[in-house]
Design a binder for this molecule. Structure first.
Ligand code: NAG
Length: 300
């Protein structure tokens, strides 16, 4: 009985593993061959896109977007989470077929992942120290090594295995895991437009791990979990051009521990800690939660 339960858990983890593999490795595993010519462009895209810096939120960000880059248009306050509300949202359209692939743990672990190794890493990837790619790697490593804020646990995962290990330390080892992602139901190249909120479903979860992709020559997820109250929603969006998105949204109900310069406060023009902050997840970010049993749903 106990043994078969365990088997069940293992099986479910394996399913999640495969799911993640599909998300992150959708055009086959090419491992290190990525380090070739294409990589440079991809990191450059990642930088020029500026679609990464906003979403691992909760930390001090140096970027102050005085001209309001559209890529920061993912934030809104809880009171705007209403069916019928229209707002401008930016969704990066990163093509999974051309983005860097996740490495297996053995490969990821064969390279150091630390800021003090940056000079060596730049040699490995053939980036000159003054290049934008070097700056992106430095920023990512610095962010990964920054201290968590109060009540937060964080981890930069360089492989699927390490991501699942971290997730289990937060959500527990024996629970059913569920992976939630934003999906684009229509294909278009429009990244920034007005969307109307068409339906809103709360996903009940007492704890969550959110994982955000970071600019790096291979796939790195910045994963974190916070003690303070968060709410998770799946929101159906209708774009002005007819695009349809099933978007994941996380609302942070308490932002009092966030850095003053956090980009969301500038976008929303509010004082830190005075309001909830919700944000949309781009399609290549993940939310991991325990799947609630049917009976606990019923009693909510
Ligand atoms: C969204 O709609 C408003 C009001 O109609 C308009 O001013 C704004 O330019 C639109 N935004 C985009 C990105 O199209």
């Amino acid at each position: 009985m106990h043994a078969s339960r365990n088997m069940g858990q293992k099986y479910k983890l394996w399913i999640i593993f495969l799911h993640l593999l599909i998300i992150t490795c959708s055009s086959g595993s090419r491992g290190r061959e990525l380090v070739g010519s294409g990589t440079e462009n991809k990191i450059l895209e990642a930088i020029s896109d500026e679609n990464h810096p906003t979403l691992h939120t909760e930390h001090e960000h140096e970027h102050v977007h005085s001209h309001m880059d559209p890529s920061v248009m993912v934030f809104f306050t809880f009171k705007d989470l209403k069916v019928g509300k229209t707002m401008e949202v930016y969704f990066p359209k990163r093509d999974p077929a051309t983005s860097p692939k996740l490495w297996p743990r053995e490969e990821a672990d064969s390279l150091p992942f630390s800021l003090n190794q940056l000079p060596n890493l730049l040699k490995v990837f053939s980036f000159s120290p003054n290049s934008p790619q070097a700056k992106a790697m430095e920023d990512t490593l610095r962010e990964c090594e920054s201290k968590p804020i109060k009540g937060e646990e964080k981890f930069c995962a360089t492989s699927l295995e390490s991501m699942l290990d971290f997730t289990q330390t937060i959500l527990g080892f024996t629970h059913d895991l569920q992976v939630l992602t934003t999906s684009h139901l229509t294909k278009s190249s429009v990244t920034f437009q007005n969307y109307t909120l068409e339906n809103i479903v709360e996903i009940p979860a007492s704890k969550m791990v959110a994982c955000h992709t970071m600019p790096y020559p291979y796939t790195v997820f910045y994963c974190h979990s916070q003690e303070s109250e968060n709410k998770i929603y799946r929101v159906g969006l209708g774009g002005e051009n007819g695009d349809r998105v099933e978007a994941m949204v996380v609302c942070h109900m308490d932002t009092s521990q966030w850095g003053h310069s956090h980009v969301s406060f500038q976008v929303l023009k509010v004082e830190p800690g005075t309001t909830s902050v919700c944000h949309f997840f781009p399609a290549d970010n993940l939310i991991l939660v325990q799947k609630l049993q049917q009976h606990s749903l019923a009693t909510m």
